[in-house]
Design a protein around this ligand. Structure first.
Ligand code: ATP
Ligand code: MG
Length: 557
């Protein structure tokens, strides 16, 4: 059975069936290069590129670069990299709204000539005041009835740079009493004496979003212009511009934007985090940016699955961050190679194991996929285990190491603890154990039950590293919900990152690839970082495992 289609795909199916647009499907992903892409954009990328692929159509990458003061080439490059990483393929169709400036200008003159646009000398504040409200109609500007010739002359002089910023604007002449406020003579062009990252000083007037977007879509032959719900009111203007000019008209369709708990998804706020130094940069592994998620170790497949599960709706809602983590674990459980790492070591001495012997034990790199090559793990008389895997006074159902009990060292041997050596403060310094030489591979030789299995590393061969343990960046599920005058920055989690030492089994040190996730057995999924400021290799924790241990402990204590 086929999966049920969402309302957007249903619409596109209808349109292709009725041969609207000649059966063609063309979408676009239109980021404004004024920041890095985030989780919300992932939804739009997956939708636009996904739909194009499913319908054997095309998806363009278009930079909506109409605001020269906030846009930078750095962002363009980052966006390109992020879209590609997520699987978006725009082939040679990389477009820029700024490439259309000349044509957009010509269309504007055409609107003036048709008597459908005028130059207004009101200030921005006055324009706002004249606009009216939802319950009261707007007032017409005193400049609204300028003649075509005067408007043309004024507009050309705007372009020629005769007027300072904000002195005049070009507005559409629609209806100051329109119930939809967007239609009350919206501004089409404003004066900005600012260099643009692509067009340099060629222009000092810049077209506004509503005017630019529909015409860019039209010029590119986009069939379905998918955007978020806030633009529902703007659709009327979108259609008006294209209908008035009599040009090709794509269909705008709105969908709910993605919101995720414990996260802010607004470039403006993300910029604040970066610029105020709350995070180390756009790609800080705690950031919900695509480059941050990538550095954290999130595979693009997991992100695409997340977007698929989120689905499409016509009503805004908030998705649990835990759902993203679920998708990450699901993918990594299948694909990540396994290694043993100890983060909080306590020494184990196996008294009956020869002091000069090091055995190389064979262990699978992936438990469910033995076809994959195995790895060699050295075993010796002195090992490290996790401090937390031993208790002097164990809670109920504690199946790890305690004095007098037996535990399995993963894939190695069964060992029994004889004695815990403590220091003056009572802290455990060393565990004296014996092993059963008959239990190689961790197999019970006589069928006796050994419930617990713990991980370990060889003391003499472990490779030191740094592990960064991440928590949510915000303590609040809804960090943006703050009372007036307070800021979302008050909801930052002061403990969102903690660096600890790690002792790696040697095979991991040899095999770890930057940017690729592995599982530290029983601890979580980690990704080798490209941090070069540390002398030691750094691993970022991508996600924890679902920790049944912690749950059991809570119940027992
Ligand atoms: P922000 O609010 O973070 O500044 P934006 O919408 O201004 O985001 P754009 O660069 O204009 O960012 O967005 C490019 C595309 O991504 C648009 O089509 C926009 O609708 C979509 N998009 C942005 N944020 C989200 C989101 N949270 N969920 C779904 N789509 C989004
Ligand atoms: Mg925007």
């Amino acid at each position: 059975m086929e999966a049920p289609v969402d309302f957007i795909r249903a619409k596109i199916l209808d349109d292709t069936a009725s041969n609207r647009y000649g059966g063609r499907v063309c979408t676009r992903f239109p980021p404004e290069p004024n920041g890095y892409l985030h989780l919300g954009h992932a939804k739009s990328i997956c939708l636009n590129f996904g739909v194009a692929k499913e319908f054997a159509g095309q998806c363009n990458l278009r930079f909506d670069d109409t605001n020269p003061t906030k846009e930078e080439i750095e962002y363009v490059d980052a966006i390109r990299e992020d879209v590609r990483w997520l699987g978006g393929d725009w082939q040679d169709r990389e477009y820029y709204a700024s490439d259309y400036f000349e044509r957009l200008y010509a269309y504007a003159e055409q609107l003036i000539q048709m008597g459908r646009a005028y130059v207004d000398d009101l200030s921005a504040d006055e324009i706002r005041e004249y606009r009216g409200t939802l319950t009261s109609p707007g007032r017409e500007s005193p400049y609204r009835n300028r003649g075509v010739e005067e408007n043309l002359d004024m507009f050309r002089r705007m372009r020629a740079g005769e007027f300072p910023d904000g002195a005049r604007v070009l507005r559409a002449k629609i209806d100051m009493a329109a119930p939809n406020l967007v239609m009350r003579d919206p501004t089409l062009y404003r004066i900005r004496h600012a260099a643009h990252h692509r067009t340099g000083d060629m222009w000092c007037i810049y077209p506004l979003y509503d005017y630019t977007h529909c015409l860019s879509d039209s010029l590119e032959g986009v069939t379905h212009s998918l955007c978020t719900l806030e633009f529902a009111n703007n659709r009327e203007l979108y259609d008006w511009v294209l209908a008035t000019l009599g040009v090709y008209r794509p269909q705008q369709i709105e969908f709910a934007r993605l919101n995720v708990t414990y996260t802010v998804l607004s470039k403006r706020k993300l910029i604040q985090l970066v610029e105020s130094g709350y995070v180390s940069g756009w790609d800080d592994p705690r950031m919900p940016t695509l480059c941050g998620l990538r550095r954290r170790g999130v595979p693009p497949q997991a992100l695409r699955e997340f977007c698929r599960r989120v689905g499409l709706a016509r009503v805004n809602s908030t998705v649990e961050y835990a759902m993203l983590e679920f998708c990450i674990r699901e993918y990594l459980n299948e694909h990540a190679l396994r290694f043993m790492v100890v983060l909080d070591p306590v020494k184990v001495v196996i008294e009956n194991y020869p002091g000069n012997l090091v055995e190389e034990l064979d262990m699978p790199l992936h438990p469910k996929n033995p076809a994959r090559a195995s790895r060699k793990v050295p075993f010796s008389r002195e090992l490290y285990i996790e401090r937390d895997d031993f208790r002097l006074e164990p809670p109920k159902k504690f199946h790890r190491l305690v004095v007098g009990a037996e535990v399995r060292l993963r894939y190695a041997y069964l060992v029994t603890c004889r004695e815990a050596v403590t220091d003056a403060s009572g802290a455990v310094r060393e565990l004296r154990c014996v092993y059963d030489p008959q239990s190689r591979g961790g197999v019970s030789p006589d069928g006796r039950k050994v419930k617990g299995t713990i991980h370990w590393v060889c003391a003499g061969r472990a490779v030191p590293a740094v592990a960064r343990l991440y928590e949510q960046l915000f303590v609040s599920e809804t960090p943006e919900d703050v009372p007036e005058s307070k800021t979302f920055l008050n909801n930052l989690n002061p403990g969102s990152v903690r660096a600890v030492q790690a002792l790696l089994e040697p095979a991991l040190s040899d095999m770890a690839v930057e940017g690729e996730c592995v599982q530290f057995e029983r601890l979580g999924y980690f990704c080798k970082d490209r941090d070069s400021t540390h002398a030691l290799p750094v691993f970022n924790r991508t996600v924890t495992l679902r920790d049944t241990w912690a749950k059991l402990e809570k119940k027992g204590e």
